[in-house]
Design a protein around this ligand. Structure first.
Ligand code: ADP
Ligand code: MG
Length: 328
């Protein structure tokens, strides 16, 4: 069996490209990193625990990808550019095939976004993966949850509900005969291999007023923007973007997945009206789904209206808390 030292050396030390701003990477007590001037350091950490966040027997390569992708998605939501990450790995035993797959999945995504692994920790215990990502964002241009204003238009990138539908299928709690093998595979890949919206996040600097990545479901995550900004929102359910696969199932179920299931890692963001013309030309992968309105006292912050606005239904106030909560 290989030692902890050679494990780190073999599977983690050289797996990502070397960046000029890493003065000292893996191998000392700390990494030494050079921060650019006129930028803020954006930092975020996520932990994935076996049997809670992923199935322990999932393909290690996709797990490596997802472990880093969820952190990169946080950087995207802040408008930050990835730079460095650290990895705290807890392993029940040393399984070299697993380590090979995991580090490959991790390295491939890291390479793509030019983020370097600069340190970490390796311990023994129930399988769990913590990744802390570091990125840069020009001072004053970070996309914060608290900066949405009344009259701003709400957009989301990509399509919603795919990962949630895949998870329900995997748990055998839901299925729909209208989905063929290709659809199922597509949804599965959306769950296991999310694409962090980093190019979009950077492009939204100076355009979006607020942003968040959708990890817990649109209703819950948009709810965070509303709470932090102290505003309400009116959503047009018919505008929720659905993939061709989810468009095959009944609309109401698809909308439920889009609103309340997580793991899509798309961005939800608000744009002041003066920038909306640009959205149509430069941000074709984004869909307008509603607008920021005044918060109505004693009422839900989220209002669901139909396109004609004739049938306005207030959401259950509990809805805003319905994202995944580990302690509920
Ligand atoms: P220390 O005991 O000083 O914390 P370690 O023996 O834990 O040092 O780690 C040695 C070096 O290897 C450190 O630079 C650390 O950042 C790095 N390292 C440990 N585990 C990992 C890992 N899973 N991925 C990347 N780097 C790691
Ligand atoms: Mg250590």
């Amino acid at each position: 069996m290989i030692s902890e030292f050679s494990l780190i050396q073999h599977y983690f030390e050289q797996i990502t490209t070397k960046r000029d701003d890493v003065l000292l990477g893996i191998g000392d007590d700390c990494a030494l990193l050079d921060c650019p001037t006129d930028h803020l350091l954006a930092v975020s950490i996520d932990t994935l625990v076996a049997d809670i966040h992923f199935f322990a027997d999932v393909d290690p390569q996709t797990l490596g990808h997802k472990s880093l992708a969820v952190g990169l998605s946080d950087l995207a939501a802040m408008g930050a550019t990835p730079a460095w990450f650290t990895l705290a790995l807890t392993l029940p035993n040393i399984d070299e095939d697993w380590l090979q797959g995991f580090s490959q999945g991790l390295a491939k995504l890291a390479q793509h976004y030019n983020i370097q692994l600069v340190g970490g920790d390796t311990t023994r215990g129930p399988l769990s993966i913590s990744i802390q990502v570091h990125g840069h964002v020009p001072t004053h241009l970070a996309l914060q949850r608290s900066h949405a204003n009344i009259g701003d238009i709400i957009y989301v990138s990509g399509t919603l509900g795919d990962a949630g539908a895949a998870l329900q299928m995997q748990l055998k709690q839901w299925h729909d005969d209208r989905l063929n093998d290709e659809d199922t595979q597509y949804l599965q890949q959306r769950l296991e291999c999310p694409t962090p919206q980093l190019e979009l996040g950077e492009k939204l600097r100076g355009i979006a007023s607020a942003a968040i990545d959708i990890s817990d479901g649109l209703a819950a995550d948009l709810g965070h923007i509303l709470n932090k900004s102290n505003v309400g929102a009116r959503l047009d359910l018919n505008q929720l973007p659905l993939s061709p696969a989810l468009a095959k199932i009944d609309l109401q179920t698809a909308q439920q997945f889009a609103l309340y299931s997580g793991d899509d890692y798309e961005l939800c963001f608000t744009v002041p009206p003066q920038h909306c013309a640009q959205m149509q030309t430069d941000f074709k992968q984004c869909t307008r789904i509603g607008e920021i309105v005044k918060k109505i006292k004693g009422s839900a912050s989220l209002i669901f209206g139909t396109k004609s606005q004739t049938e306005i239904k207030l959401a259950d106030p509990l809805i805003l808390g319905s994202g995944y909560d580990h302690f509920k």
